[in-house]
Design a protein around this ligand. Structure first.
Ligand code: HEC
Length: 131
């Protein structure tokens, strides 16, 4: 009985550890994507902006619905998974607008979408971190 409990507990812990690793990997991808976007604007290199947005979108797909998002929030923030999920949706939407504006060579407009992405990152972090 004891061994079963230990096994169950370690399975639970490893699921938790996997979620942590996934989250850390995705956040690192978010960060490097955001850096590329910023650099792309600063150095006027649209291809770099596009590849950065692609990274952000890939990483953001982790939060495909409120339930999926909840898994990556601290337990005491689970009731705010909708707010966190909305932030993830804002990132997706702003990424689309950014790419559309870029295709039309509307760089000022595209850079507003970049700011919107940064604000949405902060909105989720504010929930997670109790800012
Ligand atoms: C749906 C919620 C959510 C969104 C959206 C989100 N993050 Fe995070 N982020 C988290 C969580 C949860 C953590 C881990 C807890 C912490 O660091 O406070 C985190 C941590 C991080 C970290 C620190 C990672 C570490 O290893 O310490 C970075 C960097 C980061 N996020 C970047 C970003 C960027 C850039 C964006 C936007 C493009 C973004 N995040 C959007 C939830 C989110």
């Amino acid at each position: 009985m004891k061994i079963v409990k230990i096994l169950a507990l370690s399975a639970l812990l490893s699921v938790g550890a996997m979620a942590d690793e996934t989250l850390a990997a995705n956040m690192s991808q978010m960060e490097s994507g955001l850096n590329s976007v910023q650099k792309g604007f600063l150095y006027n290199t649209p291809d770099l902006i596009k590849s950065g947005v692609a990274d952000i979108k890939k990483a953001d797909a982790l939060f495909h619905d409120a339930e999926a998002t909840k898994k990556f929030l601290p337990k005491d923030k689970h009731h705010m998974s909708n707010v966190a999920f909305n932030a993830a949706k804002r990132i997706d939407k702003a990424s689309e607008s950014l790419l559309k504006a870029l295709d039309k060579k509307e760089y000022s407009k595209a850079s507003k979408s970049y700011s919107e992405i940064v604000n949405a990152c902060t909105a989720c972090h504010a929930v997670v971190r109790g800012w």
